[in-house]
Design a protein around this ligand. Sequence first.
Ligand code: HEC
Length: 186
Amino acid sequence: MLKRTLIFVSLLSLFSCNKKLSEKEKVAYISTGKEITQATFNELSTNLMAQMKLGGPMQAIPFCNSEAMPITKKMEEKFNVSIKRASDKLRNSENKATERELQIISDYKSALKNNTELIPIVEINKYKNIQFYAPIIIDSKCLACHGKLGEELNVKTDSLIKTLYPEDVAVGYKVGELRGIWSIEF
Ligand code: HEC
């Protein structure tokens, strides 16, 4: 179904000849983008939560450290796109945001402040490929590893994180805050 919609939309764009996305294309790519981010989130989250159940953060963190990227890679292959979780406050420096991603993070933060809805974005990137962005929001399940030090995030967990990621600044978050964005290139 997913493939068929995209083939249909790509055919449409063959006839439209211009580089701007039509409303119809935007709607289709937003829906596909949401599907991909939801599936990737579920894959990461299910695996992570299973490790949390087995041994708490001390077991789940090394798991994240070695498996978050391979799991994401597997989803990239499944959907034939590139998938990135970018942030302005990084744990893994490989997730560094581009200038455009930082702009979108800043726009989403303003939207949160103004209580307006955070909606996914689709646009043509500088490589003339289609790019999808959507917000990643902190929920209570994230706090054991991204929350306030000495509160939800205990010192032992934090020191394991800092051993694996000496530059880590992805802590101090509260539920409802923007952790970063999904950035998907078709
Ligand atoms: C068990 C600890 C743990 C939990 C719980 C956790 N994370 Fe993380 N998070 C990590 C680790 C470790 C990394 C680095 C992964 C890597 O090396 O690729 C990470 C990386 C990320 C990144 C990539 C950006 C960056 O800074 O490298 C995002 C986005 C993120 N987490 C969001 C979340 C969200 C949202 C939740 C809750 C739904 C969550 N995390 C729950 C440990 C955790």
